[in-house]
Design a protein around this ligand. Structure first.
Ligand SMILES: C[S@@+](CC[C@H](N)C(=O)[O-])C[C@H]1O[C@@H](n2cnc3c(N)ncnc32)[C@H](O)[C@@H]1O
Length: 269
């Protein structure tokens, strides 16, 4: 069945499936803070760990294609976890919609002596003002991207040697689904998945290869940290954290199961 689907069909299905993750307006109206927000401090810790112990298939696949002193384009770079640990990195082009993330990345790049060109904006909208690089990476970004075909095409056009993606196998908010049902009576979707990204990339003509592993670290260091995050994501008053802890224990959600992390990569030349 999938064989006969065009890239446009797959792109449209991705967009529709992703839209299913929207938060109903009446629930979002009660939010005390942005339920989708990513914390630069938390991602900074992630980058610091990756710098201390560089490992994993995403770094390996990027490193394989990176000439000595070569350049990397990191889209949705955050604080640089998927690019700064690369040993032979000669220069980094870092694209992100968040100025706070880019500021944290620049501090770390400065310490490492890696020249950075930050590009503030949304990929692929800012692709026209972004130079190409030897290797392009995008880690934990695609579930934020409705226009996936355009995102992947622009990434591929900017990579002289290789594109490397890292993503969770299922939507990164999937761990919260039992709590959405418990607190809001809302059934969350089970699609899209990393398989949909791989299928679309193949349909676009890329020679996609794939590797999977369990997430290298637990999602949260403590029940309290989980509850604080869950309150924000579920648009609940932070004062309900104890209720979230009780529900998570009752629903057998603690410790939170580790996601599967998928690395997809393809060569461009
Ligand atoms: C979950 S974080 C991942 C950060 C980093 N790549 C990592 O693996 O630690 C996603 C980042 O992508 C950025 N982002 C999301 N969609 C984007 C887009 N279309 N273009 C550029 N940046 C985007 C967010 O601001 C955020 O910093």
């Amino acid at each position: 069945m999938e064989e006969r689907e065009t890239p446009d069909d797959l792109d449209e299905r991705w967009r529709t499936d992703l839209a299913g993750w929207g938060i109903p307006a009446e629930i979002a109206a009660a939010a005390r803070s942005d339920p989708w927000e990513h914390s630069p401090a938390r991602f900074g810790e992630r980058t610091d760990r990756a710098l201390a112990v560089p490992e994993g298939p995403t770094l390996l696949r990027a490193a394989e294609a990176l000439p000595p002193g070569g350049s990397v384009l990191d889209v949705g770079a955050g604080t640089g976890a998927a690019s700064l640990p690369l040993a032979r990195l000669g220069g980094l082009i870092a694209v992100d919609t968040s100025a706070a993330m880019l500021a944290e990345l620049e501090v770390r790049a400065g310490r490492l002596g890696v020249p950075v060109r930050p590009v503030l904006g949304r990929w692929p909208d800012v692709a026209g003002e972004t130079p190409p690089a030897d290797v392009a990476v995008a880690a934990h970004v695609v579930y934020n991207v409705p226009d996936l075909s355009a995102f992947l095409a622009a990434l591929t056009a900017h990579a002289r040697h290789r594109v490397v993606l890292e993503l969770t196998h299922r939507h990164p908010m999937s761990w919260l689904s039992p709590l959405w049902a418990h607190f809001h009576g809302l059934v969350r979707p089970t699609r899209p998945t990393a398989d949909d990204v791989a299928a679309l990339a193949r349909r676009l003509g890329y020679g996609v290869r794939q590797e999977e592993r369990p997430a290298p670290l637990p999602r949260f260091p403590s029940l309290e940290a989980m509850a604080e995050s869950a309150c924000r994501r579920l648009c609940l008053d932070p004062a309900r954290a104890e209720e979230v802890v009780a529900a998570a224990v009752e629903l057998d959600m603690w410790p939170v199961l580790r996601d599967r992390w998928v690395t997809l990569w393809w060569d461009t030349a």
